[in-house]
Ligand binder design. Structure first.
Ligand code: K7E
Ligand code: CUA
Length: 653
């Protein structure tokens, strides 16, 4: 048995190579080079794109913002990784955002962005995204396009079935990929089976200000929880998670976790569990996890360590959790816009399995069970099955919907997007991807109201698609027009990091909310200098605090004396501009943080520890005016034992 599976994997590998080589030969045999495709993606200079696409950076840890249909890159929003361009994780204000129970962790692997919803439709307020490696969920505020909150997820490992929102953004959900001992403890790995747990975490999102808090963690059997999606419409109140490794193996997983003919989709009635915990149910467990919040008015982040988390044993809440048998290690778990169909993308299955929510409820009602796993009822496969798409391709990963009754599934091994019809399950079109597609995204595809005009496929391999750049080549996204019966490849463009998932939204919903400046009068930063009258330099032992302002085209002060070797010098710099798109930057020679890039009305701080006596320059790093090159200053550093007093000035000869 094991041998056969091994063979299957090897064959799959060969098939992948084969298809990849094959496609290199006929890459121009579709319409991508036709002028009509070019017209469809052409956004004239000065014109705006129709959609925003928020594309995850995978191992870059960030989130990239592109326009569709042009594929133009507008911004890389730093989330989990330090970014010297924006001083994210380098300046004093944002360092706390990367605090965790493991200390300062300035990197992660970000996979699945999801946009906040109201009544099942995208509302354009926030994007959430998961950090896989050191489990965290981040929230990006779409009025500033900045990460404003990161919460660590305890009892989780490989935070992968995340971060998906319920239809009124009641919760952002984070499921663990790897099961682990809960609570963590020193124990033999061989005792995995029956002892490790998989935590599914429901993080509440406050309706007014979006504040995140862990409401409860459901401690499930020790499977791998791969992906998830919320119910919507009739199925609102449920959440669905694919699982693999229901074998509960802990070694040589590529063989051992592929033994069972069927794994499960776990259906979780979160409304029922919410009611249970609101009535005092669940067990408070000692824990230790970071909750980091960036305040827009103080322009400063704080990190708080939380010390307990509410856990729920699913067997204590009858009727809350069921297993839907689903063939062969399903990856994506996708719910259609009506909320009726739940697609399990069985990676190793010949067919695509679609479950029916209505049938699921009936099967629960009639107790059509096929045994149980750790006290959780397993529903009978035939009783919940809506239908199967027969042999649509090899290696299905993810499915999205256009809101017009069609579904689009990616196939990694056969490297294609396949369009099929919900309800009749017939395949209506297929288009190749270059190469080996993972996720795909239709703007609004994870909501009740998709904007079914384009699908973006995100590919793992590019090989010959672009000019070579040494052994490491870019990954890519490909845009297809899906407004007709047949899909049409329009464009491909390189991406930052590895694009796993993306979230797209009509630009109009977001752009009207986008902030232009920060109000100087609302600046509550502890070290803000909102007028030139408050400019000063203060000494506190070996600490020197410089309260500095910047405006076109000078710093105030621009001459500072009285700093000594061995001092710790804090530059608290406020940008006094109140015009759109006039940032200034600053750094000083030898500073081992990044520069600061400060938006109008904002204050940021960096620390400089001068090591050498001398007169050292600092300058503006962002070309802000015709006199940008004149935006510079000097700081005099004297020996540690000098008795030169602090002094500062601007415009004094
Ligand atoms: Cu399929 Cu992390 Cu969503 Cu990548 S995952 S492809
Ligand atoms: Cu300020 Cu350049």
């Amino acid at each position: 048995m094991k041998k056969i599976h091994y063979l299957l994997f090897t064959l799959a590998g060969v098939a992948m190579l084969f298809t990849s080589c094959n496609q290199q030969g006929n890459k121009s045999s579709n319409g991508a080079l036709s002028s009509s495709a070019a017209e469809k993606v052409y956004v004239a200079p000065g014109e705006h794109d129709e959609y925003y696409a928020f594309v995850s950076g995978g191992f870059s840890g960030q989130l990239s913002v592109y326009g569709l249909p042009s594929g133009r890159l507008f911004k890389v929003i730093p989330v989990f990784s330090q970014d010297a361009e924006k001083a994210w994780g380098y300046n004093e204000e944002t360092k706390p955002m990367l605090n965790t129970s493991h200390g300062f962790v300035p990197w992660d692997d970000s996979h699945h962005p999801d946009i906040s919803q109201t009544n099942g439709e995208l509302d354009g307020r926030y994007v959430f995204i998961n950090g896989n490696n050191t489990p965290r969920i981040a929230k990006i505020d779409l009025s500033t396009f900045e990460t404003t909150e990161i919460i660590e997820v305890p009892n989780s490992a490989g935070n992968h079935s995340s971060s998906f929102v319920t239809e009124n953004t009641e919760y952002v959900v984070a499921g663990t990929r790897f099961s682990v001992p809960v609570p963590q403890r020193d124990m033999p790995i061989k005792e995995y089976k029956g002892n490790f747990k998989g935590a599914l975490t429901f993080i509440s999102v406050a309706p007014e200000d979006g504040g995140m808090d862990i409401k409860f963690q459901l401690l499930m059997p020790g499977f791998d929880y791969d992906l998830s999606h919320p119910g919507r419409g009739a199925s609102h109140g449920w959440f669905f998670f694919t699982t693999y490794n229901t074998e509960e193996s802990h070694t040589l997983m590529e063989v051992n976790a592929s033994q069972n003919d069927k794994d499960f989709i776990a259906a979780v009635n979160w409304k029922k569990i919410e009611e249970y915990v609101n009535n005092g149910g669940g067990t408070m467990m000692p824990s230790n996890y970071a909750h980091n919040v960036y305040d827009e008015h103080t322009h400063t982040a704080t990190s708080t360590m939380k010390k307990e988390v509410l856990t729920v044993d699913p067997t204590k809440v009858p009727g809350a959790v069921y297993f839907l048998p689903t063939p062969k290690s399903p990856h994506g778990c996708d719910v259609d816009p009506s909320g009726e169909y739940i697609v399990g993308n069985g990676k190793l299955s010949a067919d695509l399995t679609v479950h029916s929510f209505t049938k699921m409820l009936a099967a629960i009602e009639n107790e059509k069970f096929d045994g149980e796993a750790y006290g959780i009822p397993i529903l009978n496969f035939e009783d919940v099955l809506a239908g199967t798409v027969s042999q649509p391709g090899l290696g299905p990963l993810h499915t999205e919907f256009d809101g017009q009754g069609n579904a689009y599934t990616t196939f990694f091994i056969s490297s294609e997007v396949v369009k099929w019809k919900l309800g009749t399950w017939e395949v209506v079109d297929r288009q190749p991807c270059y190469y080996s597609v993972g996720h795909l995204m239709i703007p609004g595809g994870n909501s009740r109201k998709p904007f079914g005009k384009y699908v973006l496929a995100m590919n793992k391999i590019t090989k010959d698609r672009y000019l070579p750049t040494g052994p490491e080549v870019t990954q890519s996204a490909q845009l297809y027009d899906i407004s007709g019966e047949k899909m049409e490849l329009l464009l491909d463009f390189p991406t930052v990091g590895e694009p796993h998932y993306a979230a797209g939204i009509a630009a109009d919903i977001v752009k009207q909310r986008s902030k232009k400046i920060f109000s100087l009068t609302d600046n509550k930063h502890k070290y803000a200098t909102t007028s030139d009258a408050d400019v000063r330099v203060e000494r506190n032992g070996k600490e020197v605090h410089i309260y500095m302002t910047m405006i076109r085209s000078h710093f105030n002060p621009d001459n500072i004396e009285g700093v000594k070797v061995g001092d710790k010098v804090y530059f608290h710099v406020t940008n006094l501009e109140q015009d759109y798109d006039v940032p200034h930057g600053v750094s000083v020679i030898g500073a081992n943080t990044s520069e600061l890039l400060i938006m109008p009305g904002q204050t940021e701080t960096f620390v400089w520890e001068p090591k050498q006596v001398g007169v050292w320059p600092f300058y503006c790093t962002d070309f802000c005016s015709a006199l940008h090159q004149e935006m510079q200053g000097y700081i005099r550093v004297s020996p540690a034992n000098s008795n030169i007093d602090l002094s500062w000035s601007l415009g004094e000869d």
